[in-house]
Design a protein around this ligand. Structure first.
Ligand code: NAD
Length: 357
């Protein structure tokens, strides 16, 4: 198989962890006889430095011409005082819009060897295997008007939660499609007891579920979902929800496994390339020290192989190698505990590579 991959390292540890993921993809390419080509593009603060904007047009073209995109992370103190339109995070928002990346998928899986890193008890998280599907390009984060006003002499503020029906339909449909390949359960999270938008969300979920008789649909109010995630996370398979609820719940779900440095994500579109990235940021506090955990980015590369290229066996091989390395006791600083072997970013990558062989 031949695939073109756009590589956007971004800032801070983004550059370090991306390098590790590329090495693993190259090793997979050699072993399974695939030709992956990697073309680098700028995004975030480093793009501001080199091109004057956080997402140069060349990067957008590169992404559109590629089969998939692998991103590191953006941001850092150097760019925090710039005007809003020049901040690194604007590069991320813009690329989501440009590529119409309407759904964000975040798997949270239990790693037996990391049970001690979780803030929850082992018996609560043992066996957790959930996939959060968050609507990414609509809802209250994008609705207009979003402004302060003066009404009858009073200062008021308004944000608008706006969805077109098709935006709800496509993300819920995606959740059902994904559930078909897993444990065939979808939990649709809303606030239908209060919000009209949630009542429409629920109506659409029920309608779509009729096309998927093998998949069980359950509705859950968002406040209950927030509680159930820490009380009994094992009950969830695929969770689908709107943008703001998903923003909050996916961060809550991310701590179940103990470290930001372990979690991959995918953002998908209707017919363009998908984007894969670790959920963590550019970690300026540890950047340039070769101590960042590269596993979230390596697992994002595995997700890319499975979701974008249909390379199930290759993706499984990476995930197995990561588990083997953790089982053997190798840890970057963020996961370190007594009796384990501390390794640097590059040493961790070498261990995963060796476990692949
Ligand atoms: P962060 O995720 O960068 O870091 C939070 C903490 O987790 C830090 O202590 C960091 O050292 C640690 N950490 C994160 N990833 C790690 C890894 N792979 N290995 C080891 N430790 C890791 O979040 P933050 O500190 O809130 O933000 C830093 C910058 O990143 C900000 O500019 C922020 O805007 C940006 N950010 C970018 C993204 C993205 O690119 N998708 C996401 C979140 C934050």
């Amino acid at each position: 198989m031949e695939k073109r991959i756009a590589v956007l390292p971004g800032d801070g540890i983004g550059k370090e962890v991306i390098q590790g993921a590329i090495e693993i993809l190259q090793a997979i390419g050699e072993r399974y006889n695939h030709q992956f080509s990697f073309t680098y593009g700028e995004i975030g603060g480093s793009a501001v430095d080199s091109a004057g904007v956080p997402l140069p047009d060349e990067t957008i073209s590169l992404c559109k011409e590629s089969d998939a995109i692998l991103l590191g992370a953006v941001g850092g103190p150097k760019w925090e005082t710039l005007p809003v339109h020049l901040r690194p995070e604007q590069g991320l928002l813009k690329i989501r819009k440009e590529l119409n990346l309407f759904a964000n998928l975040r798997p949270t899986a239990y790693f037996a060897s990391l049970a001690d890193s979780s803030p929850l008890r082992k018996e609560v998280i043992e066996g957790v295997d959930m996939l959060m599907v968050r609507e990414l390009t609509g809802g209250i984060y994008f609705g207009k008007p979003s402004e302060r006003r003066e009404v009858e002499g009073k200062e008021v503020v308004v944000d608008t939660l706006y969805y077109e029906r098709y935006e709800i339909e496509r993300v819920i449909k995606q959740a059902f499609e994904l559930a078909k390949t897993r444990s065939k359960r979808v939990t649709s999270v809303d606030k239908a007891n209060v919000l009209e938008s949630s009542r429409m969300w629920r109506e659409v979920a029920i309608e779509i579920s009729k096309d998927y008789p093998d998949v069980t649909l359950e509705h859950m109010l968002v406040d209950n979902a927030a509680m159930q995630l820490v009380r009994n996370p094992k009950q969830f398979d695929v969770v689908v929800t709107e943008n703001m609820f998903g923003d909050i719940l996916s961060d809550e779900a991310s701590v179940l496994t103990g470290s930001l440095g372990m979690l991959p994500s995918a953002s998908i579109s209707e017919n363009g390339p998908y984007l894969f990235e670790p959920i963590h940021g550019s970690a300026p506090d540890i950047a340039g020290k070769n101590i960042a955990n590269p596993l979230a980015t390596i697992l994002s590369a595995a997700m890319m192989l499975r979701v974008s290229f249909g390379l199930q066996e290759e993706a499984d091989a990476i995930e197995k190698a990561v588990n083997a390395v953790l089982d053997a006791g190798y840890r970057t600083g963020d996961l370190m505990s007594e009796g384990k072997t501390k390794v640097s970013t590059t040493e961790m990558v070498q261990q995963v590579k060796a476990a692949l062989a």
